[in-house]
Design a protein around this ligand. Structure first.
Ligand code: ADP
Ligand code: MG
Ligand code: ZN
Length: 623
């Protein structure tokens, strides 16, 4: 990228230099001037009456003969009259009088032209230097609009996005409705002396529609929308970020009322003074400039700044104080109802088969963000097209859910019969333990078809959206995740690497129970380890030990105890249900995948009333 740029500008310099050389040499080709004659010859010609006109320019004489021929000659000295010179050449006075003698202005135009020509190449080089200097300051900016804000503007002409395109976030819409009203009728608010919201911060995980929402606000209010992302401010050479902010706001103020949207503001808005090296200085300047601009708004400046971030925790506190981004609108992952509405938005205009039940799809997609749902609908449309169908059916939707959760199927992967047996028992082990233990989420599908990196997978989904997790569920979940490994132990008397991911997730969960959730009786209700973000590494989280060696040992012992308990539980289940384990594994080897109903026929789900618990995300336990 970098070297490429230099090659390109090098080429450009070469072309310009060659052009300059061509121009230079064509200008400096000696002009075809009339021949020079001696002054004595000129005297003789005047005496003979052949000369019509002589123009005197300093010491230069331009001679025109009566027959039209021209010639040049030189006077001995620039001073003194030319008539006198002719007299000295013994030309008779009447002959001199017959010649038209003109004196030109002593500052010679020809000379100026020549001087100009001499400077022409210099001018060229100067222009080239100037051009490239500007260019290099503009940096990587492809538009070469050195220090121009580079914001994209969306105005009323294009098909606008409105609140109707954003589904399942009714509270956020309600909050932003106020902003829309203000943009539409600013006078109504200012008339009552209300202070206008200046900054609105949209907060939410990736893909929850923050960018979409900002555009919808502009669309609803029907005002211009300037969009720039935080990283675009920072990408350039030092000092340009701040000037971009200035340009952006200058332009925006001219177009008010309007919306300035700063996407991913965490790229510039991190805590100041926390970073390392030059880039953080640049960020600091950019952030300061944003703050200055926001403070500089008059009450009649109808510019509203909408910013989006998924990391509000790392934003500089100065951004969040009143008068700046004092309004926060949370966009969370949609609940079941919200997912249904988002599905409706994205399937609008797509031919759906009659059997499709968007409610059922919504139920199968807990934890999906709006972007995931859009992706899911798109995948199923592609699938239907590849199958030459006229409509999208439930089958495509279901298969796309699996694809979005677990990655694309890899049917071509060749697996030996022996390995297939191991994988089948491993997955059957997961499925059985999850099916039998009451606190586990119901199994939605078991499969030994490779997907993404996993050789097989057991997909289990919660019945409802959950926001809280219970310790008893964690314990059953741990047993379910260990079910694969335990099945290998029981059936083959040996263990494989297939459980590596399971082991890792079990360790993480057990450790979190002890150190973060206070779920260990031995260690009590406290957290262990201070989590800290390393700013210069961006997303890295480091855990700082704030406990001693003795406690570290206790934590390890507790983690081990929890995992052992889960292992024992899985072992108990699979030993008790050994016959069903064989049945599920056999069926898997034949059919490659088993759905929820078939599994229920092989192993009945215990008749516990479903516990109304809440879970954050779907867990596809793989491996
Ligand atoms: P974010 O900026 O929060 O990361 P985006 O606004 O870029 O997410 O969303 C990506 C895409 O996901 C959108 O273009 C839209 O198609 C879809 N999407 C996200 N949330 C919603 C929603 N609430 N309603 C409809 N579509 C949504
Ligand atoms: Mg976005
Ligand atoms: Zn596994």
């Amino acid at each position: 990228m970098f070297s490429n740029k230099w090659v390109r500008s090098g080429l450009a310099i070469a072309v310009v230099l060659i052009a300059a050389a061509v121009v230079y040499f064509s200008f400096f080709q000696p002009p075809t001037l009339p021949p020079v004659i001696p002054i004595t010859k000129l005297g003789q010609d005047v005496q003979l009456g052949n000369v019509k006109r002589i123009s005197v320019n300093g010491a230069t004489l331009n001679v025109t003969y009566r027959d039209g021929v021209t010639a040049r000659s030189t006077k001995v000295s620039p001073e003194g009259s030319f008539e006198k010179t002719l007299n000295n050449l013994t030309v008779s006075p009447d002959r001199i009088a017959a010649v038209e003698i003109v004196y030109e202005h002593p500052t010679q135009f020809g000379d100026i032209l020549q001087i100009g020509m001499a400077f022409l190449p210099l001018l060229f080089i100067g222009a080239i230097l100037f051009f490239f200097l500007r260019r290099s300051q503009g940096g990587n900016n492809p538009a070469m609009s050195f220090s121009k804000s580079g914001a994209r503007v969306f105005t009323g002409d294009q098909p606008t996005i409105t609140f109707a395109d954003v589904a399942g976030v009714d509270e956020a819409k309600l909050e932003l409705q106020e902003v829309v009203e203000f943009l539409k009728e600013p006078d109504k608010f200012t008339g009552l002396g209300a202070r206008i919201p200046r900054g609105v911060l949209l907060v939410g995980p990736p893909g929850t529609g923050k960018t979409l929402m900002a555009r919808a606000v502009a669309g609803e209010a029907n005002v211009p929308f300037f969009s720039i992302s935080g990283s675009e401010f920072v990408e350039m050479f030092v000092g340009v970020g701040a000037s971009r902010v200035r340009d952006l706001f200058t332009t925006a103020k001219k177009q008010s009322p309007c919306i300035v949207f700063v996407d991913e503001i965490d790229a510039v808005g991190r805590h100041r003074g926390a970073g390392v090296g030059g880039s953080s200085d640049e960020r600091e300047q950019t952030l300061n400039q944003i703050l200055v601009e926001m403070d500089g708004f008059d009450t009649d400046t109808n510019v509203i700044i909408v910013a989006a971030t998924n990391r509000p925790d790392i934003l500089d506190p100065a951004l969040l104080r009143p008068g700046r981004f004092d309004r926060r609108v949370i966009l969370d992952r949609p609940d079941m109802n919200g997912r249904k509405q988002i599905l409706a938005v994205h399937t609008k205009g797509k031919p759906l088969a009659e059997n499709t039940d968007l409610g059922a799809v919504a139920k199968l997609t807990p934890g999906f963000s709006g972007a995931d749902i859009e992706n899911l609908v798109n995948e199923s449309a592609i699938l239907a097209a590849r199958r030459n169908q006229k409509t999208i059916t439930m089958l495509e939707l279901q298969q796309s859910i699996e694809k979005v959760i677990a990655g694309p199927e890899r049917k071509s992967r060749l697996i030996s019969a022996e390995e297939k047996r191991i994988i089948a028992y491993h997955e059957a082990g997961h499925a059985l333990v999850m099916q039998v233990l009451p606190n586990c989420d119901p199994v939605y599908k078991v499969s030994i078809i490779s997907r993404g990196m996993a050789l097989g997978y057991t997909m289990h989904l919660p019945e409802d959206d959950r926001y809280l997790q219970r310790k008893s569920k964690f314990m059953d979940d741990l047993a379910g995740v260990l079910g694969g490994r335990v099945a290998e132990e029981i059936v083959f008397g040996d263990i494989t690497t297939g459980a590596a991911n399971d082991i890792a997730s079990v360790t993480d969960l057990a450790r979190a129970m002890v150190t973060r959730y206070g779920m260990s009786d031995a260690l009590g209700q406290r957290t262990f380890g201070a989590r800290e973000e390393l700013v210069f590494l961006g997303r890295e989280i480091s855990e700082q030990r704030n406990y001693g060696e003795e406690v570290a040992k206790q934590i390890d012992a507790e983690v081990k105890r929890i995992i052992s308990a889960a292992h024992a539980k899985a072992n108990e289940v699979l030993s008790t249900y050994r016959a069903q384990l064989d049945a599920v594994a056999q069926r898997l080897m034949v059919a490659e995948s088993i759905d929820r109903d078939e599994l229920a026929r092989l192993v009945a789900r215990p008749q516990f009333a479903p516990i109304p618990e809440l879970v954050a995300a779907p867990v596809a336990s793989a491996g």
